[in-house]
Design a protein around this ligand. Structure first.
Ligand SMILES: *C/C=C(C)/C=C/C=C(C)/C=C/C1=C(C)CCCC1(C)C
Length: 251
């Protein structure tokens, strides 16, 4: 048995471990946001699961979905944090696996908000298809056809704009305007803010890719994505939580 390969590998492994510790020691902001993201997602998931007990019937499902979104993200942040620390590179595949699970769940969340006012399953279906187009195209541009990331970014944007359209003028908007609950009205207003401002942080991050509009700006794409995830997953979860509490008459 030839053990020399192990001896060769040992210093490399030690190096990788050292860089991980060095990154934290050097207060690498990206590494720190992966840590904070992990803990914040985890804590939010616990919060949403536990708070299910304090809201009325139909809102329990909404809080369960919020808990799943942040819980799934917590698991991915655990791996992304590790990947970033040891490889010093963007965990693009983990990132997109996470989004592919959590973005459709966010669409379920929008659907559940408008369901009491007659939202149809077909609306949910359209939102999920649009979000998948957005994410698959984004992944192809970011990981597979990097040289053509601008083109794939535009294709992805078509999916994104369709979701914006649904929320502002399509089915989701029509239903929300037919409700007379002030709490739901407020939630729908905030939903629009999250979809237009909160979600637009992602394409801005994407523009940092080589050859894209902001390629010369010296910011880590992960810093932008981590910030956006915290705002959108935890922030929107809290919006749903506040409607749920208000509608449960337990303010
Ligand atoms: C929890 C994760 C969320 C809410 C992720 C949302 C992601 C987007 C809205 C991504 C959008 C993109 C574009 C509109 C164009 C460029 C490629 C993407 C995938 C970054």
């Amino acid at each position: 048995m030839d053990y020399s390969i192990l001896l060769d590998a040992a210093p490399a492994a030690a190096d990788a471990a050292k860089t991980a510790i060095d990154r934290i020691k050097d207060s690498d902001p990206v590494a720190i946001t992966f840590f904070i993201g992990y803990m914040a997602m985890f804590a939010s998931a616990v919060f949403f699961f536990v708070e299910r007990g304090s809201v009325d019937g139909k809102w329990k499902l909404s809080l369960l979905v919020s808990g799943l979104i942040t819980g799934i993200a917590a698991v991915h942040y655990y791996y992304m944090r590790d990947f970033y620390l040891t490889q010093g590179d963007s965990p693009t595949a983990f990132r997109y696996v996470d989004w592919t699970l959590t973005v459709p769940l966010m669409c379920v969340e929008f659907y559940l908000l408008t369901k009491p006012f007659g939202a149809k399953g077909s609306t949910l279906f359209k939102l999920i298809i649009a979000s998948l187009l957005m994410l698959v195209a984004g992944y192809l541009g970011e990981a597979v056809y990097k040289d053509n990331n601008v083109l794939w970014g535009w294709i992805s944007t078509v999916g994104y704009l369709y979701i914006v359209y649904e929320v502002f003028a399509g089915d989701v908007a029509k239903l929300a305007s037919s409700s007379n609950s002030p709490a739901l009205g407020r939630a729908m207003f905030l939903l629009k803010i999250f979809i237009t401002l909160g979600w637009s942080i992602y394409p801005i991050g994407y523009m940092l890719l080589d050859g894209n509009l902001l390629a010369n700006v010296d910011i880590s794409i992960d810093l932008i994505y981590n910030l956006a995830d915290a705002i959108n997953k935890i922030g929107f979860g809290l919006v749903v939580y506040s409607v749920a509490v208000a509608e449960s008459g337990k303010k």
